[in-house]
Each structure stands twice: as C-alpha cells, then as structure tokens.
Write a protein that binds this ligand. Structure first.
Ligand SMILES: [Zn+2]
Length: 195
C-alpha cells in the first residue's frame, strides 16, 4: 500500500464500515424476502393447477352420473332423454331426467364445478327444476338412439376452471377433455349439442 492509500485508509470514517454492515443486512433480508415470495408463488401456482385438476375430475364424475341415469332411461325408451318440440334447450331435455330421477340426482350434479354457478333450489320435498342458469352442461340437440356413438353432454362453456377446453361425455359413457380448437367455432360446443 503506498503512503497516499494508507493515509486514505486511516482517514476513512467509522460510519462507512457501519453503513456497509447495514447494507449487507438489508440485502440479506431482501434475499430472504425474495426466496419466500418465490416459494409462495410456486406453491400458489401448484395449488392452482391442483384445483383445476380437481375441478376437472369432479366435472367428469358429474357427467358420468348424468350419463348413467340418461342411459337407464334410454334402455327403456331406446333413445336418450330429449325435451319436446323441434329444438329443445338443454335444461328442457334434462328436466325430463330430473322428473324421473330427481330424488337421486342432486341439483349440484348439473353444475360444472369450474363455472362457479349456483345449483337449482329444492322445495321442501327435495324437488327441483333446471333452468338455463342452474344447468352447467350442454345436451343433445336432437334425438340419439341408444346404439349411436356421439357426444351426449359437455360443459356449457370454456370456464376459467378448465383452461383451454371442456369435458365431453359420449353416448358410450367415455369422457374426454376436448380442446377449444376441436370445438365447433360458432357454438364452441361439439357438433350436435345445444345449451
Ligand atoms: Zn366442466
């Protein structure tokens, strides 16, 4: 060390050393905060993905139950339930099922869990009717025979809870997650289904 540098070193005030300590302390705390924030975001993202997966599984289960009851009826009549008139709405068709099996079908079964919608209210006897608002699924637009293989029902909309697609149950009971790109671009439903 030359003499000038040594003089400067000796002349350095004591607060510089203290400030360096404080700065290091603050940087340490900031590093810990950054790690905690990153871990929290990671856990939130993972929980979000788990929530989405859970809603998809729950929705699949709803569709399989609806399929089971619709098939019970189709075995008797030869075709899946369909409302009256030339273009019955999905809730009109599924009210046929509710009228037959309402005691075994809770209203929440008709709500896609990814939609956040509220199920139909039941009267004192547990009876209910579906409306456009209390049905979260689309249904056959036209008659389908028991032996035909076609889409039977699906989530009514692409909800935030199922990103980039919807669950579709087929007349053979299989459920597939269908991406938006494979849906009818006009209706955003599989062909042959209506809301
Ligand atoms: Zn769904």
């Amino acid at each position: 060390m030359n003499t000038n540098a040594a003089r400067f070193h000796d002349a350095r005030p004591r607060w510089v050393g203290k400030a360096a300590h404080v700065l290091l302390g603050v940087l340490g705390v900031l590093a810990v905060v950054a790690v905690v924030a990153t871990v929290t975001l990671f856990i939130a993202a993972r929980n979000g993905a788990l929530d989405r997966e859970a809603r998809k599984v729950h929705c699949t289960s709803n569709l399989k139950f609806i399929y089971m009851f619709a098939t019970s009826q189709a075995v008797k009549t030869g075709h899946f339930p369909l409302g009256a008139g030339p273009a019955p709405r999905a809730h009109e068709s599924l009210n046929e099922l509710v009228a037959l099996y309402g005691e075994e079908l809770p209203p929440k079964l008709f709500i896609c869990p990814a939609s956040g919608a509220s199920p139909a209210s039941q009267d004192a006897g547990g009876r209910f009717r579906l409306s456009e608002e209390t049905l979260g699924y689309a249904w056959l637009a036209t008659r389908a025979e028991l032996h035909e293989r076609k889409p039977l029902a699906c989530c009514k909309q692409v909800h935030g809870g199922h990103t980039r697609g919807i669950n579709v149950v087929w007349t053979d009971g299989s459920v597939h997650f269908v991406p938006v790109s494979a849906l009818d671009p006009k209706t955003l439903l599989p062909p042959g289904l209506t809301r």
